[in-house]
Write a new protein. Sequence first.
Length: 138
Amino acid sequence: MTSDPDLNHVRHALKNTEFLVLQDMFLTETAQLADVVFPACSFAEKDGTFTNSERRVQRVRKAIEPIGESKDDSWIVKELAQRLIELGAVNPTQDAPHRGWDYASAADAMAEVNALTPIYGGITYERLNNGEQLQWPV
């Protein structure tokens, strides 16, 4: 909430949201309004990529294991997806390569993003690991 210039407007909107879920490292003002808070890791505990506001995709490598109860983003998304599948809330097609969200690595997840999202099509771990500075679309 505190990063928006109109704090009262944001607070009002969030309080009137039917169900609020977020992921955060700390119990921020926003997290205190949430119905569910997933325990996020810091950048130092993650392996994967970030895309910044100028569309630059940056490779990050895990420096330390997650501390305390924090969980990696991919773990949180996988667990949530698997529970939605089990509940029948979503039903991925049988031929989907990762229908159970069972990626072996962040690179596997990126490969699927590349296959499904044209603007990320040329962004690969090989290119990022070789130091290429990539901005979508590639």
